[in-house]
Design a protein around this ligand. Structure first.
Ligand code: IPM
Ligand code: MG
Length: 357
């Protein structure tokens, strides 16, 4: 029997709560399936670790993670540690160091969740946003000089490389090709940004030639927000730069009724390094410890993890169980329910156990 080695990093705030819930559900999935096993190792890295050790993870953290088949990650961010430290100390070094260049963010309106757009209900917003996850506006390239003086200067220079753009375009076209509509929207801002974004457009057109069965169009990122809101059914697979997709995926989450249920997969498509799976939501310190964190995003990303590991049946069984539980109205307060994290977890475990899939 195949055993997958999973590194679990709950990290900050509600992160450990939803990851614990997700691991219970994964355990039920593995037992229900019977064809594979999951071997979990937990890491206590994050802001508390930082307060004791002065760093978010040990220096050899990435080396420790490398032998795993996948990383299951909670959330980072603490009220008393600057955000750029928590982010650049843990999540980004993993994403960038492990070349997880494809960030995959599916959207769909879960049953029982009220979405804000008129005339749009479950099944209507079935989008996947592919976010470039290794360069662009998140390259960390820049600096500050003359700190604190009136002539202080700061630069934050986006980096677009041909290799980086081409590989994310190929990934996005291939993903679009694998979906029923075979339709990709390439988001850009090449009217104003005449270097990196013009290269981005050119490479999109070059890669498109290798995918003749995929229909594609191009949208300026500002106009894209309008299209997502006013003509959402005209979209399917979407590819955008690191920052553009960051913004658009928040909009997608809001239009689907809740950011609290949205998952994300940080994929290293070549499999040279482990990929990392996490909820999109943050550490939510306001509700930490109250037992009411919504575990759905953590469950959904666990399904993404199973899919990535090649366990497609188990992945769809888990996602179907989550949808069934949402449809029954067993939901946490952030999406209008009264259930606790534990209630939702128990219900999903029951649905997994009873699944006839
Ligand atoms: C996301 C988040 C992060 C990002 C934050 C926490 C830095 O918003 O995953 O979308 O901007 O990448
Ligand atoms: Mg974001």
């Amino acid at each position: 029997m195949k055993t997958y080695k999973i590194a679990a990093i709950g990290a900050d705030g509600i992160g450990p709560e939803v990851i614990t819930a997700g691991l219970h559900v994964l355990d039920a999935v593995q037992k229900r399936d019977g064809g594979f096993a999951i071997d979990v190792t937990a890491f206590d890295w994050g802001s508390d670790y930082y307060k004791t050790h002065g760093m978010m993870m040990p220096e050899d953290g990435p080396d420790q993670l490398k032998p795993f088949d996948a990383i299951y990650f909670g959330a980072v961010g603490a009220p008393d540690v600057p955000d750029h430290i928590t982010l650049w100390g843990l999540r980004l070094p993993i994403c960038q160091g492990f070349d997880q260049y494809a960030n995959v963010r599916p959207t769909k309106i879960m049953p029982g969740i009220k979405a804000p757009l008129a005339g749009v209900g479950p099944g209507d917003l079935d989008w996947v946003i592919v976010r470039e996850n290794s360069e662009g506006e998140y390259s960390g390239n820049g600096g500050r000089v003359h700190k604190g003086l009136p002539e202080e200067v700061a630069t934050e220079v986006s980096i677009f490389t041909r290799v980086g753009v081409e590989r994310i375009m190929r990934f996005a076209f291939a993903l679009a090709q694998s979906r029923p509509r075979k339709f990709l929207t390439v988001v850009t801002k090449s009217n104003a940004q005449r270097h990196g974004m013009v290269m981005w457009d050119e490479i999109a057109a070059e890669v498109a030639a290798d995918f003749p069965d995929v229909t594609w169009d191009k949208m300026l990122v500002d106009a894209m927000t309008v299209r997502m809101t006013l003509n959402p059914k005209s979209l399917d697979t979407i590819v955008a730069t690191n920052l553009h997709a960051d913004i658009l995926s928040d909009l997608a989450g809001a239009l689907a009724g809740s950011l609290g249920v949205a998952p994300t997969a940080n994929i290293n498509p070549e499999g040279s390094f482990p990929s990392m799976f996490e909820p999109i939501h943050g550490s939510a310190f306001d509700i930490t410890g109250k037992g009411i964190a919504n575990p759905v995003a953590a469950f959904w990303t666990a399904a993404q993890m199973l899919e990535h590991l090649g366990e497609s049946d188990a992945a769809s069984r888990l996602l179907t169980a989550v949808e069934e539980v949402c449809a029954l109205g067993i939901m946490t307060p952030d999406v209008g329910g009264t259930a606790t994290t534990q209630d939702v977890t128990d219900a999903v475990i029951d649905a997994v156990r009873g699944s006839n899939l």
